[in-house]
Write a protein that binds this ligand. Structure first.
Ligand SMILES: Cc1cc2nc3c(=O)[nH]c(=O)nc-3n(C[C@H](O)[C@H](O)[C@H](O)COP(=O)(O)OP(=O)(O)OC[C@H]3O[C@@H](n4cnc5c(N)ncnc54)[C@H](O)[C@@H]3O)c2cc1C
Length: 459
């Protein structure tokens, strides 16, 4: 409508609102497999005040709003299922503050992981954050909204657990601060106050728009290295993880298996990253890790692989580009995964299910996993590369993804960043009172149901 377009242009400026066909097309999809749907307007605000005005307008006019970060979640969480405003936050891209001594950063919603990494390397080289392996155009806020995981997740838990404060525009237009920043000038922690951050994390933008984020930073050691432990028997993986995490010496532990190149078929790789400020520190950690899995080496059930520099360096890259490169194994550049969070002891069953589904549908697979916390749980990705130019291949992959979600729930896991159909599966199995609580919270915060409609929508 011309009237709405004009009002939006008055808020953000004519050049930052668009309803041109080519732009609506771009914002109708992400690189995953969900059906596209176009917004009516693409809007790019610069400040929280502009976001606030847009939300107030949308509320009066009952227009849906979908917050958009890097659009890389792959599960279609930014698809405007009911049209409305695609609110692209990438112009809000300032790193506002770094507190070196209390080790936190305050940033705006559009800051990308690539930008924050470069900013810290340049200005605060002793500090780092938990970088996910998503392409660097992913936003830090988009990642914490979906409970992302990064290179420090094995030590400190989900990236969303590293939030120290939030500024949020509520669906009714009020700007609200969460955590210590709501009481004083510092953004050091969301505790000891009631845990209101939970009203916005994992909700996929259905309860408000985060405009600022406080995030924990961690020491950046001078050196990093990786050891690669290989096993053939998936049943050994939980024990290896248990033993290695017991050392408390590791930065990151990831697990991978794929049938290409054929020399790696039937082998499960457990990548164990360590950091240190000196060669002695690294060597000490290496020895601890080797000792931890000595029994598996002695019994010849597993062993460490010699890593030449050309294998090692890409594995140490942050983000690693391995997943993106594997995406093109079928040509056509499609890649999608269902990555449930599962108890570590369920790894063998999840892996068995993945192989069964790959064989049932005659498609290839790429399994990746990441240990979360001191082996409290792990992300297990049922990953499938597919050919975007082949409609049959796309249909088959969709079925395999559906079955992977069912398998994840059957083994006791919870789908991570689930697409809308998988959200429904989760809600069907959810405790009824918990679901009712979610509905009440949603209704309270978003009485007109304008925020990212379609997501977390219970019947
Ligand atoms: C090759 C590849 C590798 C990946 N590896 C990882 C990995 O290692 N770890 C990992 O965690 N993820 C990974 N991902 C998944 C995903 O790309 C990342 O989690 C990414 O950080 C998501 O951020 P985004 O900016 O793209 O979010 P978007 O997709 O733009 O948004 C995600 C959700 O958050 C909402 N949202 C966005 N901004 C706001 C806001 N300001 N306020 C409220 N809601 C908001 C959106 O509406 C949407 O529901 C990977 C993806 C790819 C393609």
């Amino acid at each position: 409508m011309i009237r709405i377009h004009k009002s939006l242009a008055e808020i953000v400026g004519e050049q930052y609102v668009s309803n041109r066909k080519e732009e609506l097309y771009i914002y109708s999809q992400d690189p995953g497999m969900m059906e596209p749907h176009e917004p009516d307007y693409v809007v790019m605000p610069k400040t929280a005040e502009e976001v606030q005005k847009i939300v107030k307008l949308a509320n009066e006019e009952k227009i849906p709003i979908v917050p958009v970060g890097g659009s890389l979640s792959l599960s279609g969480l930014i698809i405007p299922h009911r049209g409305g405003i695609a609110l692209d936050l990438k112009r809000m891209d300032r790193v506002l503050e770094v507190n070196e001594k209390s080790r936190y950063v305050v940033l705006e919603a559009g800051v990308t992981t690539g930008k924050l990494k470069a900013y810290l390397e340049r200005n605060h080289p002793s500090l780092r954050f938990s970088i996910p392996d998503a392409p660097p155009s992913a936003t830090v806020v988009g990642n914490i909204v979906i409970h992302g995981q990064g290179r420090l997740t094995q030590q400190y838990g989900f990236n969303s657990g590293m939030v120290t404060g939030l500024e949020v525009v509520l669906p009714t237009g009020e700007v609200c601060k969460i955590g210590s920043c709501s009481v004083g000038p510092y953004w050091f922690s969301v505790a000891p106050l009631p845990y209101l951050a939970g009203l916005f994390l994992g909700w996929f933008g259905t309860t408000g728009i985060i405009t600022k984020l406080g995030l924990s930073l961690y020491p950046r050691k001078k050196m990093r290295d990786i050891e690669m432990f290989l096993v053939e028997d998936p049943n050994l993986v939980p024990d290896v993880i248990h033993r290695v995490t017991h050392t408390e010496m590791t930065e990151d532990i990831f697990i991978g298996a794929q049938p290409y190149p054929p020399v790696f078929k039937d082998i499960i790789m457990i990548g164990i990253c360590i950091t240190g400020d000196s060669e002695e520190e690294l060597e000490f950690k290496r020895r601890m890790i080797w000792d931890a899995v000595r029994t598996h080496i002695d019994s010849r059930e597993g062993g460490f692989m010699m890593l030449t520099p050309d294998i090692k360096l890409p594995l140490l890259e942050m983000p690693t580009t391995g997943t993106t490169r594997f995406a093109d194994v079928m040509k056509g550049g499609g890649f999608e995964y269902c990555g449930p969070i599962i108890p570590v002891e369920k790894f063998p069953e999840a892996f068995k299910r993945l192989l069964e589904l790959s064989s049932k549908y005659g498609i290839t697979y790429g399994m990746t996993g990441r240990v979360i916390g001191r082996s409290h749980c792990m992300m297990f990705a049922f990953g499938y590369p597919f050919n975007r130019a082949d409609p049959d291949n796309i249909e088959t992959t969709k079925k395999a993804l559906h079955d992977s979600n069912v398998a994840s729930l059957d083994i006791g896991g919870v789908p991570w960043k689930p697409e809308v159909p998988a959200q429904k599966m989760v809600m069907e199995r959810m405790d009824k009172n918990t679901l009712e609580l979610m509905k009440r919270i949603k209704k309270l915060l978003d009485p007109n149901g304008i925020m990212n409609p379609g997501n977390w929508e219970a019947e």
